[in-house]
Design a protein around this ligand. Structure first.
Ligand SMILES: NC(=O)c1ccc[n+]([C@@H]2O[C@H](COP(=O)([O-])OP(=O)(O)OC[C@H]3O[C@@H](n4cnc5c(N)ncnc54)[C@H](OP(=O)(O)O)[C@@H]3O)[C@@H](O)[C@H]2O)c1
Length: 249
């Protein structure tokens, strides 16, 4: 595959106001992409847009809301008509202990943001992506997509679901949209709000964003970042050991 051209490419990023999403926005803007940055926190989103050395357009959305993903699709269709990339980065991870700690609402919100909205964004934006000469979809997952931890059953289920969805989508587009790259980026532990307060080794959001972008640049179906590369080998060779490593994390 030819080197990914970033200059002028419109890329939609969800969860763009902080953490890894913010770092992706800053890195893409620096490369000359036109970043369509979405998030709930409008003040933080505008701050990221001002910080960026490049073009960033913002759209406020709560992806847990019933029409959240649809409103993003409408915005892109009305303002842009076509895009060259979608990065499904937004997610939340809740510690849920069943049955008492896991309310229906908490379960529904986590599934909607982490799995339903990314699938809906793919469905709605595929026609607009198809107009680009070399578009991509990037879904951000985790080693917890391979084997779960006890404390976050719904999060782990959504990441396993997103991994499976991404693979099946890749099979589908190989039939009639061969110019579309469908990438899964598997994140290691990254120093963001999601890992705050946990005594674990992490990489910076900037390093994570750069590795994600490098994987897309190389046209990879799957990008395994940092420690996830070794974990993938362990999971293949000794699944029981891999399960024990993540179980109590
Ligand atoms: N950090 C890690 O160690 C790690 C490891 C493996 C995978 N990942 C994955 O990497 C991605 C980014 O994670 P992160 O560490 O950057 O997390 P983060 O710092 O907690 O940021 C999560 C982002 O998702 C957004 N989000 C959450 N709920 C939303 C909603 N209802 N509507 C719209 N946006 C919403 C947040 O927006 P608000 O500010 O509005 O909440 C925020 O921008 C996620 O897919 C995560 O699963 C992270």
């Amino acid at each position: 595959m030819a080197q990914m051209e970033w200059a002028g490419r419109k890329v939609l990023v969800t969860g763009a106001n902080r953490g890894i999403g913010r770092a992706i926005v800053l890195a893409l803007a620096e490369l000359g992409a036109v970043v369509l940055a979405t998030g709930r926190d409008t003040v933080a989103l505008e701050r990221v847009a001002q910080e960026a050395r490049g073009q960033v357009q913002t759209f406020a959305v709560d992806l847990a809301a019933p029409a959240g993903a649809a409103s993003v699709v409408d915005w892109v269709a009305a303002r842009h008509g076509d895009i060259g990339g979608l990065i499904n980065n937004a997610a939340l991870q809740q510690e849920l202990w069943f049955p008492n700690g896991a309310t229906s609402r908490a379960i529904e919100t986590e599934i909607t943001v982490n799995l339903t909205a990314p699938s809906q964004l793919v469905a709605g934006l595929l026609p607009l992506l198809g107009r680009h000469e070399a578009p991509f979809i990037c879904n951000v997952t985790s080693a917890l997509a391979l084997t779960p931890k006890a404390s976050a059953p719904v999060y782990c289920a959504t990441k396993a679901g997103l991994r499976s969805f991404t693979c099946a989508l890749r099979y589908q587009v190989r039939r009639d949209m061969t110019h579309l790259l469908v990438n899964e980026t598997v994140m290691p532990l990254v120093a963001t709000g999601m890992t705050e307060g946990r005594n674990v080794a992490t990489i910076s959001p900037k390093a994570a964003a750069e590795a994600l972008i490098a994987g897309l640049g190389k046209g990879r179906d799957e990008t395994w970042i940092g420690q996830t590369r070794a974990f993938r080998v362990i999971h293949r060779a000794a699944p029981g050991l891999a399960a024990r490593i993540l179980r109590d994390g």
